[in-house]
Design a protein around this ligand. Structure first.
Ligand code: ADP
Length: 164
């Protein structure tokens, strides 16, 4: 049996924290679908296509057949059903993540009783890292090389030079 998990998020852009969770998840699951949630209420920095490409580039060192990169709109539980995933994978950084994640996990379980959310903790080097923080530091030209792979760093620099 192939146990599949979906790892949903904005990935705007992917950071070393996300990559750490994907690597850990691969030790538990046969397949991980990294799924970009398209949220019409938010204006992301990168397009879905750009985010997909950055994720693909960031996971090149991992077994290709075990990871899929995709995007979805609407309810996560509907997407979980469509792709026949067994679990939702999420990363927990600090206590501050807990309340929101707890609420989401129980809501999702109420909506789809057979799906469980699995939380993983990243390496402590990444436990304070968020894509939001990376975007902010990059806006002001700060050094983000400890937070994202070099190809993502390059994309961020291009984005802020262009000013879009
Ligand atoms: P962000 O909060 O960085 O914008 P996303 O919405 O892309 O994150 O998050 C997708 C998932 O990845 C969430 O479960 C989030 O908690 C997790 N995640 C994000 N950054 C990290 C990190 N540095 N360490 C562990 N998990 C993380």
């Amino acid at each position: 049996m192939c146990v599949k998990a979906v790892y949903p998020g904005s990935f705007d852009p992917i950071t070393f924290g996300h990559i750490d969770i994907i690597e850990r998840g691969l030790k538990l699951f046969d397949k991980i679908v990294v799924a970009i949630l398209i949220n019409p209420a938010k204006t992301p920095l990168f397009t879905v296509q750009e985010r997909i490409e950055m994720i693909r580039e960031s996971i090149k060192h991992l077994p290709e057949e075990k990871i899929e990169v995709s995007s979805f709109t609407g309810l996560l539980v509907d997407y979980v059903k469509t792709i026949k995933a067994k679990a939702i994978l999420r990363g927990i950084r600090a206590i501050s993540d807990f309340e929101y994640e707890f609420q989401m996990a129980l809501t999702n379980r109420k909506l789809l009783k057979d799906v469980d959310t699995v939380f993983m903790m990243p390496d402590e080097r990444f436990s304070y890292l968020s894509a939001n923080l990376v975007r902010e530091v990059a806006t002001f030209g700060g050094d983000i090389s400890h937070f994202v792979p070099s190809h993502v760093e390059k994309k961020l620099k291009e984005k802020f030079l262009k000013g879009d």
